[in-house]
Structure formats: structure tokens, C-alpha cells
Design a protein around this ligand. Sequence first.
Ligand code: SF4
Length: 479
Amino acid sequence: MVRELSDPRKARSVFVETWGCQMNVLDGRRFVGLLGREGIVEARSAEEADVVLLNTCSVRDKAEQKVYDRIGRLAKLKRERPGMVIGVCGCVAQQEAEGLLARLPHVDFVLGTGRIEALPSVLRRVDEEGDRPCETGFDLDEVVYTPGAVAHAVPHRAGITVIEGCNKNCTFCVVPRTRGRERNRRLRDVVDEARSLVEAGVLEVELLGQTVNAFLDPETGEDLADLLRAVGALPGILRLRFVTSHPRNFSDRLIAAMCETPAVVTALHLPVQSGSDAVLKRMKRQYTRAEYLDLVARLRAAIPSLALSTDVIVGFPGETEADFVETLSLFEEVRFAGVFSFTYSPRPQTAALRWEHDVTSPEASARLVRLEALQQGVQRELNRELEGQTLEVLVEGLDRKRRNSSGRTRCGRVVNIAGESELAPGTLVDVRIERGFPNSLLGRRREEEEAEEGISLKGAADAASAARIPLSLDVQNLP
Ligand code: SF4
């Protein structure tokens, strides 16, 4: 059966709804870019789109359930507009594959994380053959990637995938199942992509991978340290970041490359997951508490202003109160600038799923509350220490609540810029920090402050001249 398309005079449109990590966000932009090449434009909402893609995350049960809820609501929309196409992509698609088509009759196709480039042909099969395709395999050796077909959401910032998949097999994590084993791109391909982005006006490049610091060029053996130096040397690049690093893969070569590449920002995400050796061992994290702390010390010795953030899981099977206290003490010691903290969520096809889930849900939640209270206090203190400093802020957009422009510092902090609502995303401004809150900073543009100081000084100069009062040197220096 050939599908009846909506009004043929109107350009067909796609809406991508994304859950989850930076890799998923980039994949979402790849979907828009690939379909853009087929003349399909991006819609502002699912309600007005001809094709709706749910770009799913399965790293936690809650995220997965949200996807099923969303599909239920879209089914209602589809009954009103039968020409609409619904595709499920991302990690839930990879994990559930054919099962999704069997369970959800209004889903038209399933596209796994290793088959992104097949999206246009899958959509043609739906349209022209009335097929319900399920594409979920992995190309074993390389990342199939069309750099020119990524519709980056903002003009000044772009992510680039450098490595896909993960070989680590942490016992709580579904990623090796949903993203497959590590596949690396070639360093020169990544550098070429970064160069064309920077030439097109991108100021900030983020290198992405589930274990980005495991990157190894499949032909030359060059690693992330080489890649940082090569991308950081591109003329015009202002900021370079990379995420997510595994502590086990963090070499001194990489620390040296971070120090010696001026574009590399002073923020690093370094998941710890637990502060207890017993729990780290059961998680199969491949490092001890002491090794993690040693790495933090080496990083801070090399880059004293480095702002570290982390991921942590509380209530992992077998985590005792004493284990949890070890986590609290690690947090007190490291003083992270930001944390993504979660209670343990059992995931399909993981080793920990088979273990007794012995930390009750109320106990896990209570531990999370204790950890978050500690962390909020640390963040408030760290952010207050920045009061009075002038920091370089790259504007990202408008803070919806306060209607101020907001952006990020090189150390990854969110800054709301008082009295500024019209700074274009991508503008670089110096901001003097007035207040530090647990999750953000509030400041004022230096330029604006100087202008105000100038006005008040000029006022003083005029008054002094009228009264023939001798002026201080500062006032006499006024133009
Ligand atoms: S390193 Fe561990 S937590 Fe990170 S993606 Fe790989 S298996 Fe998952």
C-alpha cells in the first residue's frame, strides 16, 4: 500500500523529540539534516509535523516509560491525521527492536542507533511500499556518518561524534547493548568536519563519545590528546570541550594536551558513580576510589581552575550505609562544580539486573536527598567564590524565567546577565559576577558597568568644573 501524503504542494515536515545524552541530541540533529537533504523541513511541534521521530533514551527506566506515554498520546493524533508517520529511534529502538512494532501498531518504523544514515531509505519504504521496517544492526568497524548532513541547532556551537559505543560493560549500564562496541572515526575526518564548522562560524566545538577519551584513530593510532591539539589549532575556534570521559582512560598525555591547547575549556565531566571501593568493584568501573582521587589531584595540579562535574548512582545493589558515607566523603573532598545524581534503575540485559535489589526505594531516595543537600551547599560555596570576578561568557540565549540573556563561562557555569535581553547567541562578553547561586551565577556586563561608571564620573567632573574644585586623577582622565 502506498501512503497518501499530506497536501503535496506543501513541503513535508519532520519533528524530532529527543531524550537523553549529548550523543542523542546530536543524533537528533543528524535526523533533521538527513531529511533536509530530501526536501523535508523541520516543524516546530509534533502537532504540525508529517513525520514525528521519537529519539529515545533507555539509560533509566523513567526515561523509557516517558517514551511509551508519548507514543500513546501521538497515537491519538495519528487517528485524526492518518497520513502522519511515527518512527521510534535511539536507544529504546535499539533495545526493543521488532518488539516495539508488535506492541505498538501505530508506530511505522524502528531505527536503531547504528542505522541513522538509513533514515531516508527507511522512510521511502514506509511511504512507497507500506512497509513497517525495523533497522537495528551495527556496522562493526566504523562509524557511518555524513558530516555535512547535521542540522546544528545553533550557529555558534556544534557537537561532533568521534567515537561510538562502549567496551566497558559497567554492570548497571545498558549503553554497550544500545550503542554497540567502540567504533572510532578517523582523526583527519573529525578535524575536517571541525574545520568546516569553524569556517562557517562555529565558535565552540564539543567532541562526543560514550567514552570519548578511549578514542583511537583506526589507521594511525592517534588518540584524544592528538585530536585535541589538532582541533584546538584550527584558526577561529574559541572553545573546545569533550564528553564523556572514563577515569580509567585518562592519560597524562591527555592532561598535557588539555593544558597546552588554549581552546580547551576549564570544565571536565568525569563520572565517579560511587565513592566506595566495594561498590565500584561491583559496578565493574575498573578504578578505585584512591585512583579516582589521584586523577583529580593530577588534573588540578595541571589546571588549578578546572571545574569538575560528575555522575553518581545511589542505592546500587549491595550499597550499605557505610558505602554511601564513603560517597559523601568523596564528594566533600573533591567539591564538584556540578553533579548528575540518580537512584539506581535496573536495566534490561545488564549484569546487575540479576542481583538482589536490596536497597529499598525509600532508602535510596533518602540517600539521594542527603547527597543532593551536601552538593547544593558545595555548589553555593564554589559559586560564591566567583563573586567579584570578571568571566568570559559565551551567550547561548534567553533565560525564560528572568528574560535575561544567559550563557556559559569557560568553566561551564551558567551566567544570567542582568539587564541584557537582546544579546545574540554566540556573542562573547565579559561579565562581572555579582551573585553566586547553587546552580547559576548572576552578573553584569563589564562594558555596561564601565559605561555607567563613565557617566557618573563625567557627572562628577562637570559638577567639579562648575565649582572649580580640583579633580582626582581618575576624573581628569575622562575624555
Ligand atoms: S563506561 Fe560504563 S557507564 Fe559509561 S557507557 Fe560504558 S558501560 Fe556505560
